[in-house]
Ligand binder design. Structure first.
Ligand code: F6R
Length: 599
């Protein structure tokens, strides 16, 4: 989603730094880009609809400035066009903004009554207008910002230039991440750490309702009442973002193939002997586990629900964060809420987490990005070691989440003695060998490419399964639709007859997985029902099934705790090859953003 970069330096030209930062954030998804800087005392604004490269082409080759702010926009208010792109300038104020100003309509009317005119449909222009209004009124930037924080509802990370203060960048933050990077005679601002990692590893994190003043040699951060804060300077501990696709055509393909490593790395501390499981938090005192997440992360949560309920006899509910935040959550001290997030910045997940914290109930998180907003707000965090995921469609983060949740459930089974030790040891051995189990599935590319050739011209595709297989089919369906733009739906196999089967016609592709012995026969019957109506069926199974009505993708028989990891890979690769045949922009699918920082 939207990205912010800012920089002010005593000597260096900051234009290449801003462009470089925006390029690093490109993977998050955006539709327009803009940049503003001060040159010879004059404010210059450049904006384009399209890519950061278009913005770069738009600038003079030798453009040079010492202070500037830049932005990639993912449209929320108003169409994708140059006028709605950031920066927005009103009077003396120029800003870039991530987030949503919720009361912008009311503010717009008030400002119009005061004589303001607006050119765009963007809520950000209203925020700039409000800042300009208070600045004119108070002639004092601290007062201006403090008043702004009081009057504005919604979320914002704002980076601001002020006409008659040409050496300072101002920043304001609420419910949208913003960091300030510290250098030598140069300082940086970014919505995400990777944007500035090439230049500095040292940074301050702004918390909600804090604001800051940044010059090339000074950083001052204030609370909402204007008190100076003594903030901790953090040092980034993770590895640098690799922007290298290697020999792969797309990041997504690279990331799918990395899974044999990332899964193992994520669970390594917990699987080498049985007592390693006890390093994981003890969840036995809770009567219920709630799992809260969005999209793919929520699908990972569903696989954990299956394991907690079936293998450890622990009640587990899974919620979409966007729904959870507005419903009755029946929370009490005996409930543990687990939040799952790759980015650690998803607005709905963060809001749901804040709700649980307000209720003073325990929280645990499965997060990929260290020091992210969600990671910082949790009581306890378990990190996935998926590394940086650049493709918008999540693959290696999903399997890392699934694997970590599976060992967490296995630890619960060990503590509750719901599975015999002997069996747990066998499961641990399977986890230790996960890389070699996954490699043949990953290497079966020809099968997936052949299937892609059969389905890529279709308009509708269905995914079915029962229980755990159903939960993984939801992820298979999501992968296909988000990158290939083919409409697809996942259904519990037993539910088809209750309506959806009317959509099955000659050659409609139907994917199924059947890996749970006691109900496989039922799923196969459901598959036969659609074959009878003309469907073309593909079956992922670990059983020895021979049926000429289906194309069978055979996977190794493993414990329940590992099954989703094996089933999902063919689904990911079929989605990939299908989108590739359609010539889609696989790493940056249309309309999607990597980190969804608005509601
Ligand atoms: C789909 C996908 C999304 C994310 C969702 C949550 O491929 O990536 O559905 O899973 O937006 O994002 P995180 O995990 O960053 O909270």
């Amino acid at each position: 989603m939207c990205g912010i970069v800012g920089c002010t330096s005593t000597q260096k030209n900051i234009i290449p730094i801003l462009l470089d930062g925006l390029k690093t954030l490109e993977y998050r998804g955006y539709d327009s880009a803009g940049l503003s800087f001060i040159k010879n005392g004059n404010l210059i604004i450049n904006k384009v609809k399209g890519r950061v490269q278009d913005l770069e082409n738009h600038l003079a080759k030798d453009e040079n400035a010492k202070i500037g702010i830049a932005h990639t926009r993912w449209a929320t208010h108003g169409k994708v066009n140059e006028i709605n792109a950031h920066p927005h300038n009103v009077g003396s104020i120029t800003i870039v903004h991530n987030g949503i100003i919720e009361n912008f309509n009311k503010l717009k009317h008030k400002l119009k009554d005061k004589g303001y005119h607006f050119k765009s449909q963007s809520d950000t222009e209203i925020a700039a207008g409000l800042l300009d209004y208070y600045y004119n009124k108070y002639q004092n930037l601290d007062k201006t910002i403090q008043k702004f924080i009081k009057k504005v509802d919604g979320s914002y990370a704002i980076c601001m230039l002020v006409n008659n203060d040409p050496n300072t960048i101002y920043v304001i933050k609420k419910d949208s991440p913003l960091i300030i990077g510290k250098g030598e005679n140069i300082n940086y601002i970014a919505s995400d750490v990777p944007a500035i990692l090439k230049y500095t590893k040292n940074y301050y994190i702004l918390e909600d309702c804090e604001y800051g003043k940044i010059t090339s040699d000074n950083i001052t951060i204030y609370d909402k009442d204007g008190n100076i804060l003594n903030k901790e300077l953090k040092t980034y501990q993770g590895s640098n973002l690799t922007s290298d696709k290697g020999t792969y055509k797309h990041y997504m393909l690279k990331e799918i193939n990395e899974q044999s490593i990332t899964i193992r790395k994520t669970i390594d501390p917990y699987i080498n002997n049985i007592d390693d499981l006890l390093k994981l938090p003890d969840l036995t005192k809770y009567e219920r586990i709630d799992i809260i997440a969005c999209g793919t992360a929520m699908h990972a949560g569903l696989t954990a629900k299956y394991l907690f309920e079936e293998c450890t006899n622990t009640k587990c509910e899974v919620f979409l964060a966007s729904e959870y935040r507005y419903q009755n959550n029946f929370l009490n001290k005996n409930v543990l809420s687990i939040f799952i997030s790759q980015s650690g910045e998803t607005a709905d997940t963060l809001a749901a987490l804040k709700k649980v914290k307000e209720a003073k109930c325990d929280t645990l998180g499965i997060v990929n990005v260290k020091e992210s907003s969600i990671a910082r707000a949790l009581d306890k965090v378990l990190y996935t070691e998926a590394g940086t995921e650049i493709a918008v469609a999540s693959t290696k983060a999903y399997t890392a989440q699934v694997a970590l949740l599976s060992v967490l459930a296995l630890a619960q089974a060990y503590r509750k003695k719901s599975i015999k030790e002997e069996k747990i040891l066998k499961i641990l051995e399977e986890f230790q060998n996960i890389s070699s189990t996954l490699i043949p599935i990953l290497e079966n590319a020809q099968t997936y490419e052949n299937i892609a050739k059969e389905i890529y011209k279709q308009n509708d595709i269905f995914y079915i399964g029962r229980s755990l297989d159903y939960y993984v089919s939801m992820e298979g369906s999501l992968k296909l639709k988000e990158i290939s733009y083919i409409h697809s739906e996942a259904y519990a196999a037993g539910e088809l007859k209750h309506g959806t089967i009317s959509l099955i016609t000659e050659n409609t592709p139907v994917f199924a997985s059947a890996t749970i012995e006691k109900i496989n026969a039922k799923t196969i019957s459901n598959l036969k029902e659609v074959v009878a109506r003309g469907a073309k069926c593909y079956l992922i199974t670990d059983e020895n099934i021979k049926d000429e009505n289906f194309t069978i993708i055979k996977i190794k028989k493993v414990s329940m705790f590992l099954k989703p990891l094996l089933i999902v890979i063919p689904y990911q690769l079929i989605a990939y090859y299908t989108a590739n045949l359609k010539g889609c922009d696989i790493d940056k699918p249309r309309n999607l953003a990597k980190s969804v920082t608005v509601e």
